[in-house]
Each structure stands twice: as C-alpha cells, then as structure tokens.
Design a protein around this ligand. Structure first.
Ligand code: AMP
Ligand code: GLY
Length: 417
C-alpha cells in the first residue's frame, strides 16, 4: 500500500513512524513533513491547504490512501478534493470537520445527540457577552468560535480579561466551568462503526503545575492508571457513537479520527471539545502503545469497511511524551536555532526512547527549530515512572538555546496520585 500523509508536526511524525513499521506499507510519503519525518518517509513539498495540489500529488504518487493530519486542511476541504479524484482519505469532509471548526456547531450536534457537555451561550455582541459572563460567574470560560490552534480558549477568574478576549472574537462561546481531570479519547470511525483507542492525558498549560497560558499541548501520557476501567465503554456509549450517529443522520457522516476532550467532573463525564483529527501530543503516546498495524485500520475507515477490523490490540507498556518548545512559545516563538543532541538520544535508548519532530527543518548539516513546538520526546517503559525517566533522560541530552519544557509530565499519575 502506498500512503501519503499530509502535515508536518510531531503527530504526523508519530503517524509516519507507525506506518513505516507496518509491513503492508510499501511506500510512504509525507507532505510537507519536517526534518525528522524525512528519516522515515519521502518528503514532497505541497501547500497542505490547497486541495487541488494535494489531490494532484496523491494521483502522481499513485497513493492508495491519503491521511490528513491537521485540522486546517480538513476544514478547508482537502479531504473532499482528494476523494473527488477517487483516492480513499482518512479524515472527514469539510462539513463534518465543522465539529472542530466551529465550537457552536459542535454544541448544536451535542445537544441533538444528547451528549453531556458544559452549558453554554453563543455570543456576538457585548451585551450578550456580559449576560453570559454573569450567568455563569467565575471561573470564566471563553472560546473563540473558530479554529485557533489550541490558543482560542481563555479560562480565567478575571472578568475583565474574560470580557476582553470575548470582544476580540467575532463569535464566541461562553460556557460553564468544568472541574475535574481531563482525558483525551480518540476513536477511529468510518461514519458508522466506531473503534475507540486508549485514553491519554494532555498537559495544555505552558508551565509546571498547570500554570501559565494555554498551548497546543506540552506533553502527554497513556494509560491513565487513575481512570475508571469502564471509562472507554462509557464514553463510547454516551459520546462517541451518538455523535457519529447524529452526523450521519444529518447527511454529513464523519469518517476519520474523532477526538473527544473530556472532563471527569463530580457530576459525570462531560465533553470539553471535539477535534476532527488525531491530537497532538496525545497521538505520540497512544500510537507508541498500539500493537495493531495502522495502515489497514486507516484504509478500512477511509473505505467505509471498518466493521471488517478486529478490535485493536495494545501493548502493556506505558508511554510518556515531553514537548520541547521554542523560546517565547506560545507567543511568537523564536526560530532558526540549531538543535543538538539528536544523535545522542538515538544512541541512548532506542527503540524505547525517541525524538519525534514538530517544528524543525534541515539547514545544511544542521537541524534547526522552525516552529513553537519543536520536538516531542517520547519513551515507553513497563510503567509510567519508567517511561517518564527514559523520556526525561532523553530530554536532558537535547540542546536548543532558550527552549522550554515542563518537568512534571505524568508525574502525579506515576506516583499514583
Ligand atoms: P479547548 O480548546 O476547548 O480544548 O480548551 C482548551 C483548554 O481549556 C481545555 O483543555 C481545558 O483545560 C480548558 N477548558 C475548556 N473548556 C473548559 C470548561 N468548560 N471548563 C474548564 N476548563 C475548560
Ligand atoms: N492536544 C490537544 C489537541 O490536539 O488539540
């Protein structure tokens, strides 16, 4: 099978790594990719947002499957453009990707499907914003309606800051604050059959102790030893299957990866958000634990034949990933700094610890930073404590001037807290 992956972050590196280990995959391409992905896939330049260009590339390569990684091309209809030339795509249509592209649309689908989520108001005027803020009180949760790369959400005790963020957005969702730990649960679906993956936890705040601004995600781990063993079944029945059924009922079936961001509150499990693609950095730890070869699962989802797939098989290992970000992330990051120590990590603990590249590019013989999140250092071990130790040992070998990372990824869970 010839597979083309669209995107160039650590999530796409994790996808390409898994696909490169799958004996069914005879050729693997990634467009545009990054310096790390180049080691497992052949890179092709492409504007990932240009559906006609991606479709032409897939045709030229004779791809049997196109996997679209990030949300922006999905929302822009790149999957539709590729399907229109007869090539199966893992990833939803533009219409179904509105589940991520519009928070208001997601709320509407959840209401129709009876999926538990935070109560919310959609606001477009200052009066509506003030009413909604007062209705819920602090802490305030204010979400830009559109795509914002994980940075459109402000959660704050400060009413003035909440109001300022709301007024800076064209359309905003203001909602009830959900207390409790967060879980990310992914499911692969063809629009009818839903196959859940293993849950993971992401660390969204920039600094240790969940301080600082929201980011795209600073680290993740899986499994979750503290979670109820029935969590996956519960979320399948309450959230994932009803959402997939509702989108099919509307005539806009969702195929691809349905990402449920959940809060485990004292009053039960609630959806915080949906995404229409694999999460980053959770994918790095979930795929590290997946034993089932990935390509045929993705192809069956793309073709509408997921019912032919047996249940997924998982390693007992635990996995931890730690994101190394550029100086000044999540504000405008500094880029172009050389990254050293990659070869040391490769020599250190392979295959249990490895570096997945996010924002990197090659400059002559050097690999340099090229984005906010630069590397996602991933390790597996017999338990979280061991996976954590291996991941941080690898992180300590990486040298990137001005870079930052959290030191507490999976720490509480590893200590049984
Ligand atoms: P989102 O982009 O919707 O996932 O929001 C980013 C982050 O903001 C989430 O991972 C949560 O940490 C936080 N957040 C979002 N909605 C809520 C809510 N209703 N209550 C508490 N925290 C929230
Ligand atoms: N890790 C959060 C996201 O992928 O949106």
């Amino acid at each position: 099978m010839k597979v083309l992956v669209i995107g160039g972050g650590a999530r796409e590196h994790a996808l390409c790594r898994s696909l490169s280990l799958d004996p069914d995959v005879s050729a693997l391409y990634c467009a545009p990719g990054n310096a790390g992905i180049a080691e497992v896939a052949e890179l092709r330049p492409v504007d990932a947002l240009d559906g006609a260009a991606v479709a032409a590339l897939a045709t030229e390569l004779g791809a049997d499957l196109v996997v679209v990684g990030p949300e922006a091309p999905l929302v822009a209809g790149v999957g539709d453009a590729v399907r229109a030339v007869g090539i199966p795509v893992f990833g939803p249509s533009a219409e179904a990707a509105q589940l991520e592209g519009s928070k208001a649309f997601a709320k509407d689908v959840m209401a129709a499907a009876g999926v538990p989520t935070a109560r919310s108001y959609v606001c477009t005027t200052a009066e509506e914003v003030d009413e909604a803020l007062d209705a819920f009180g602090a802490p305030y949760v204010v979400k830009d309606d559109g795509l914002a790369a994980g940075k459109g959400v402000v959660v704050t005790e400060d009413r003035a800051a909440a109001r300022a963020h709301a007024l800076a957005c064209d359309r905003v969702v203001i909602e009830e604050y959900l207390d409790g730990p967060e879980v990310s649960l992914f499911a692969i679906t063809d629009g009818v059959t839903v196959l859940p993956l293993q849950p993971a936890q992401d660390f969204k705040r920039a600094l240790d102790g969940d301080e600082g601004p929201n980011t795209g995600g600073m680290g993740a781990y899986s499994p979750l030893p503290w979670a109820d063993p029935k969590l996956v079944d519960e979320v399948m029945a309450l959230v994932l299957q009803p959402t997939v059924d509702e989108l099919r009922r509307r005539g806009t079936p969702f195929s691809g990866l349905l990402y449920a961001g959940l809060a485990i509150t004292s009053r039960g499990t609630r959806v915080i958000e949906f995404n229409a693609r694999f999460g980053d950095p959770e994918t790095q730890v979930v795929l590290a634990r997946l034993r089932t070869p990935l390509a045929s699962v993705l192809l069956n989802a793309a073709r509408g034949t997921l019912d032919a797939e047996p249940p997924l098989s998982w390693r007992d290992d635990a996995a931890v990933t730690v994101v190394i970000a550029s100086h000044n992330y999540p504000e405008t990051p500094r880029t172009g700094d050389p990254i050293e120590g990659l070869a040391e990590v490769a020599a250190l603990d392979a295959p249990d610890a490895y570096v997945l590249h996010a924002g990197t590019r090659r400059e002559g013989d050097a690999v340099v930073s090229a984005g906010g999140r630069v590397l996602s250092v991933t390790a597996t071990g017999s338990d979280l404590a061991q996976a954590r130790e291996k991941a941080y040992k690898a992180v300590s070998r990486i040298r990137l001037d001005g870079s930052q990372h959290r030191t507490d990824i999976a720490a509480k869970a590893a200590e049984g807290r």
